[in-house]
Ligand binder design. Structure first.
Ligand code: AMP
Length: 279
């Protein structure tokens, strides 16, 4: 398995595959890969003849006071994980290779302004731009995204429809640690106390899920219970907890499927996200 640094080289490789009639899957990532990423790669390997994993900490999706500089990076460990998962190449460009004084950005209204978009106003423009570029560079048949970033999945599906990309978007379930914490490259920021405190995200979501299973239909009541559970944890500060429909991302008053119950919570200085989806 090769680590490829240039757009040209990826294009040449993919063109040669397509000439042979092979199908191509793409897994976009920011690297520092874990079992969550691995599950996406393995799914892509099952469903395609060749798989490209992009490994790029994309500067345009980070706000000015966010963690772009400190975001963890380890391309050698990533290469090992990709190889063991059966990927064909890792595309690991420098920022200049990807942007080269670019003036064009992809932006979207409405669904990028809610949930994480409120706290991270430029985030989804950066995501849509880099994913569009990766789609144009790799021209995959399918691209794989985790439900861990549920809003991102929703945004990408909408962008693909709006801009007529001929690519199937595949959503993959959240992979968790044994104790319930959703796997994330940002979990490495947590110290031992924060790691324990971070369990309030998955624990509170379980409470919400159970309330729905037990017949509660009032969204406000469920959100209050979820917030109360997080509120018990002194190291946690809620950014948002919301229940929205999983297409338009509009706030729900009554439980109604498909629904997304999503949250962002600061544990110390680390902002973590988690959710459950009912379809
Ligand atoms: P990232 O490197 O954080 O940008 O994530 C790259 C892709 O991996 C995104 O589609 C994420 O949703 C997905 N991903 C990250 N963590 C997980 C997880 N715990 N389970 C499933 N997918 C994940």
């Amino acid at each position: 398995m090769q680590i490829v640094k240039t757009i040209d080289e990826v294009r040449k490789t993919v063109k040669a595959w397509k000439k042979e009639g092979l199908t191509v899957g793409l897994v976009p990532t920011m690297g520092y890969l874990h079992e969550g990423h691995k599950s996406l790669i393995e799914r892509a390997v099952k469903e395609n003849d060749r798989v490209v994993v992009s490994d790029f900490v994309n500067p345009t999706q980070f706000g000015p006071n966010e963690d772009f500089e400190s975001y963890p990076r380890d391309i050698n460990a990533d290469a090992k994980l990709c190889e063991s998962a059966g990927a064909s190449i890792i595309f690991n460009p420098e920022a200049d290779e990807m942007y080269d004084n670019a003036l064009t950005f992809v932006d979207m209204n409405k669904i990028t302004k809610v949930l994480c978009g409120k706290t991270r106003p430029i985030h989804f423009s950066g995501v849509c731009t880099v994913v569009s570029k990766l789609f144009n560079i790799v021209q995959p048949d399918r691209a794989y995204f985790g439900q861990k970033d549920a809003q991102q999945l929703c945004v990408i599906k909408k962008m693909v429809k709006d801009l007529n990309f001929d690519i199937e978007i595949v959503g993959c379930p959240i992979i968790r640690e044994n104790d319930g914490l959703a796997k994330s490259s940002r979990n490495t920021y947590l110290n031992a106390d924060e790691r324990k405190a971070a369990l309030c995200l998955s624990r509170s979501l379980e409470i919400g899920k159970k309330m729905i299973a037990d017949g509660e239909t009032d969204v406000k009541t469920i959100i209050l219970a979820i917030k109360a559970e997080i509120g018990k944890e002194p190291l946690a500060k809620i950014d948002y907890v919301e229940m929205v429909d999983f297409n338009q991302l509009e706030t729900l008053e009554k439980v109604q499927k498909p629904l997304l119950c999503a949250m962002a919570v600061y544990i110390g200085k680390t902002r973590l996200i988690d959710n459950f989806i009912m379809e």
